[in-house]
Design a protein around this ligand. Structure first.
Ligand code: HEM
Length: 415
């Protein structure tokens, strides 16, 4: 049965829809064609209404007009009940994605140097070493593994612990907390069915990072945690809320996102063996391949903006002050107006104007690092793979925010 436009627009409030690529892509294609800027209403009233921007041009224009389209007070789509609680008590966290304008610029300035290419270049050797460790692990697993769970899930978290300077013994705790934060819509990943559980997860983050902040203030080192703990804005320390929020975003933003790209990337290379063959015969394709993987997977499904004043987009749609717009990155990344054959996975795609990292002032701080990680893994993995195929059904996470494959069973021969 054909989907109506209103039904299609409800994929953005349906975690299960994101776990079904064909259904989700079909709904977005319909919207891009028939109603590219659509008002989404939830018949159950669980979510407050919002506009959704499904075309690349509208997403870009909104991201670029950050004086009108603010991250506050609704940076991410959440239940109406959370909107109400946040309006009353403020957000539980105050990270870069929760703030605008001067506060955002100043907070971002605290770590932006850390993420500059010349600083990240120092990580290259460690990334190669980590890639080798994980590819060796895969090689030791008797020709079968769940690539999402056994490999992709772990390498990005290892990188984050390294840059934050956290001890290896804290690894299991961080893994659990980041999965519980982003997997709150998935029964396999979340802490419990009680909506209160997510609050407990955030409280656990607070407890853990309060201790780290105290340690780094007493004994500063060269890691990112020290840069945050001892960061200054106009000569003053960051507030505890800002400091801990900073750790939470660096610890979480680079984990499930990059892991999803790695697992989704290998899945795409298995589905399209001609692209795997191209990469084997021309390793220099790794740079364009990394970006194509990030476009193909689009691990971050949306961010939101709320209009400070009435604004009419070049496409003619008017957003009124106080109304929110969901920026659909997966839809923008399949927009036929920008991408030739958007449903073709092309490891040599160039240019590749994907919006997987957003755009403008909030552009992903870790974009360069994420690309380096994916390139390091592919560079190590591809030449060692003699053959690879699926060994079972892959499964996507149920989510409306960040996610990708939670299971990718594979069978392979490698050296
Ligand atoms: C493939 C992996 C990744 C994807 C797809 C991704 C995607 C995104 C997106 C869409 C945004 C919001 C941009 C906007 O609003 O315009 C963002 C922001 C951010 N990302 Fe990433 N990210 C990835 C990896 C990382 C990594 C590895 C880190 C750091 C370790 C990181 C740290 C951040 C931070 C701190 C922000 C907030 C920036 C701000 O609001 O100023 N991300 N990311």
């Amino acid at each position: 049965m054909a989907l109506s436009i209103d039904q299609a627009s409800r994929v953005f409030i349906d975690p299960a829809a994101y776990a079904d690529d064909d259904y989700f892509d079909g709904a977005c294609s319909l919207l891009r064609r028939e109603s590219p800027f659509h008002l989404v209403t939830d018949p159950a009233g669980f979510f407050n209404p919002f506009w959704v921007a499904t075309r690349h041009a509208d997403v870009l224009e909104i991201e670029l007009h950050n004086d009108v389209f603010l991250n506050e007070p609704r940076p991410v789509l959440g239940p109406a009940e959370s909107d109400r609680r946040n309006a009353e008590n403020g957000h539980m966290l105050r990270t870069l994605i929760h703030v605008d304008d001067t506060e955002h610029r100043e907070l971002r300035g605290v770590t932006s140097e850390w993420f500059l290419p010349k600083n990240l270049a120092k990580l290259d050797a460690r990334l190669t070493e980590l890639a080798r460790i994980y590819v060796d692990k895969m090689a030791s697993m008797d020709g079968e593994c769940d690539f999402a769970r056994d490999i992709a899930m772990h390498m990005p978290l290892n990188v984050i612990l390294d840059i934050l300077g956290l001890p290896e013994s804290d690894y299991p705790r961080m893994l659990r907390l980041t999965q519980e934060l982003f997997g709150s819509a998935d029964e396999d990943l979340r802490r419990g069915d009680d909506p209160q559980a997510i609050i407990e997860v955030i409280q656990d983050f607070f407890a853990y990072f309060t201790r780290i902040t105290e340690e780094r203030r007493a004994n500063p080192t060269n890691d990112l945690a020290s840069a945050v703990a001892n960061g200054r804005i106009d000569g003053a320390e960051l507030s505890m809320m800002q400091t801990i929020s900073y750790y939470v975003i660096t610890a979480t933003a680079g984990h499930d996102t990059t892991a999803s790209a790695m697992a989704g990337g290998l899945h795409a290379l298995i589905r399209f063996p001609d692209q795997m063959a191209r990469m084997k015969s021309d390793p220099s394709l790794v740079a364009t391949a990394a970006d194509e993987i990030i476009r193909w997977v689009t691990p971050v499904k949306h961010f939101m903006r709320t209009a400070a004043t009435d604004y009419t987009l070049a496409s003619g749609h008017t957003v009124r002050a106080g109304e929110s717009v969901l920026l659909s990155y997966p839809s923008a990344n399949r927009d036929e107006a920008v991408f030739a054959d958007p449903f073709t996975f092309d490891v040599g795609r160039s240019p590749n104007k994907h919006l997987s990292f957003g755009f403008g002032v909030h552009y992903c701080l870790g974009a360069m690092l994420a690309r380096m990680e994916i390139k390091a893994l592919l560079t190590e993995l591809i030449p060692r793979l003699d053959s690879i195929e699926l060994a079972g059904e892959p499964a996507l996470m149920k989510t409306i925010f960040v996610g990708g494959l939670k299971r990718l069973p594979v069978r392979y021969e490698m050296r």
